[in-house]
Every structure is written in C-alpha cells, then in structure tokens.
Design a binder for this molecule. Structure first.
Ligand code: ATP
Length: 260
C-alpha cells in the first residue's frame, strides 16, 4: 500500500554545506497496518512524509501510495492520503459542516456522498452537536476531532499522522488512539510519527527507528526487543542512537547538592 525505496533528501544550507536529512530510507506499509516511524528531533521523519506526499522532491529513490509514485502522480497520491498533524488547522470563518464539505469538494467527493460521510464521521468522533458551530469557537480538542474527520472525508486508503497528539490532554490523546485503531479495522495503511513512545508501543504493528536520516532498526516490538535486549522503545532509542541522556542520575544528585 505504501512503498518507500531508497528515499533520500539532501538540503543545501546557506553556509554552502549539504545536509543529508533523509539518507536511503526504505520501508513498506500494508493495508490494515500501523507503522511507527519514530526518531529523535531532526531524524528526518517529516521530510520523509513530505516526500511521500509529493510535497517535496526527493534527491534520490522514490515513494508510492497504492501504486502511484509521489514524484510522477502527486495528485493521485494526495487523493489517497489523509493527513493529520499537530497543527489543528480549521477555517475560522466556516462552520464545521461547511469546512468538511469544502474539503470533500476539494477532493472531488460527489455531493450526494458528502452529507452522509460528514454525518458518519461526526458521529464517530462525537462532534455531531458541533457541526453548525463556527470553527473559530471550537476548543483545541474539538478542533483536533474536526481535523481527524477532515483527514477521512475523502475515504483515503492511507493516513499519515505527524505528532497527532501534541498539545492534547489525556482524553484527546485517547480519542486519537481510538481513531488509529479504527483506521486499522477499516483496512487503511497508516504511518504514525510521534515522540510519545509508550503511545507508539500500544498503537503500532511495526516500527522503523530513524536516526540521522536513516532507519537504523525495523521490526515488530517483539523483534526489536529480541534484537536489542531492551524492553521499551525508549531504552532501544538510547541504545541504538548511542546517546546517553545529558544528565545521569548521579549528575542530578550533584545538582541537588549544589542547590541545597
Ligand atoms: N527546508 C529545509 N532546509 C534545510 N534543512 C531542512 C529543511 N527541512 C528540514 N531540514 C532539516 O532536515 C533535518 C530533518 O528534519 P525533519 O523535520 O524531517 O526531522 P523530524 O524527524 O521530523 O524532526 P522533529 O521530530 O523535530 O519534527 C533537520 O536537521 C532539519 O533541520
């Protein structure tokens, strides 16, 4: 469903140097699978998603969604992808119903299908009572529900989630988790990028651990546990990236001593 093959991106920096933000990344995501693309800040996750969506040209390799190459047929790719980000972007001057209808129209959903789909998604996400409210009056959590509905309005086969729970409270995060489980039941392929590693452990079927533009390890949680000898994704990250926390517990004790 999603194929990424030797994908690379080199940025030319103002200093004249070059940065290999994504460096030969390959992975696949199948229908009904949630793939966790995880890594520290600057690992290259968002750049990978932008190339996959056809928003950014690659420097090498290719990506495809449902058989359509992002670099050759980006419009076909966008038609098949729903995007959820942490920026809960809604159109302030439209009602929620108008905004969802607007996006349905942009994606070419037939008008007679749109109404039923808005009602269905609003029911699923618990926002039916908000449909005729102006988007400008919605709370952060309500806006995120609206964004989730917007991502599915054209019934995409693939959903990309880039930090979907950033800034949300426990209830909001649980809703996003339920949404991701629902995607799996619908047989959609999904990529989840998140820094909440415990959340990723619970939600993803397989993981690609990214560091410095490369996938340094890939597999199910059990496979990664067997390979690394670590129990949690957090411990795996620290081990695989070869990085220790800036402060060891003994350092913290010293800091406390100095402070007292
Ligand atoms: N347009 C650009 N020009 C130059 N460098 C860029 C550009 N976009 C991203 N980068 C750099 O590429 C690297 C990867 O960035 P990217 O946003 O993909 O990381 P990320 O894994 O999504 O990080 P985060 O978890 O912090 O969002 C970073 O070093 C970033 O500074």
């Amino acid at each position: 469903m999603i194929n990424v093959e030797s994908l690379s991106k080199t940025f030319s920096l103002a200093s004249g140097k070059e940065l290999n933000a994504v460096d030969g990344v390959s992975f696949e995501v199948h229908a009904g699978e949630v793939y966790g693309l995880l890594g520290p800040n600057g690992a290259g996750k968002t750049t990978t998603l932008r190339m996959l969506l056809g928003l950014l040209p690659s420097s090498g390799g290719w990506a495809s969604v449902a058989g359509f190459r992002s670099d050759i047929e980006p419009e076909e790719v966008k038609r098949r992808v729903g995007l959820v980000t942490s920026g809960t972007g809604v159109y302030r001057w439209l009602s929620l119903r108008e905004m969802l209808a607007f996006f349905a129209d942009l994606y070419g959903v037939a008008p007679d299908v749109t109404k039923g789909r808005i009602d269905e998604l609003a029911g699923l996400l618990g926002i039916s009572h908000l449909l005729d409210r102006s988007c400008s009056t919605l709370s952060t959590g309500q806006k995120q529900r609206a964004s989730l509905a917007r991502a599915l309005i054209h019934d995409p086969s693939v959903v990309l989630l880039d930090e979907p729970t950033a800034g949300l409270d426990v209830m909001g995060s649980q809703l996003v988790a339920a949404f991701i489980r629902h995607l799996r039941e619908l047989g959609k392929g999904a990529i989840l990028c998140t820094h909440r590693l415990e959340e990723a452990e619970r939600l993803c079927d397989r993981f690609g651990l990214m560091c410095g533009g490369r996938i340094i390890s890939e597999g199910t949680l059990e496979e990664l546990q067997a390979r690394t000898g670590c129990e949690t994704l957090t411990d795996m990250f620290l081990q695989l990236s070869g990085e220790a926390p800036f402060l060891e517990p003994k350092d913290l004790a010293e800091v406390k001593e100095v402070a007292s």
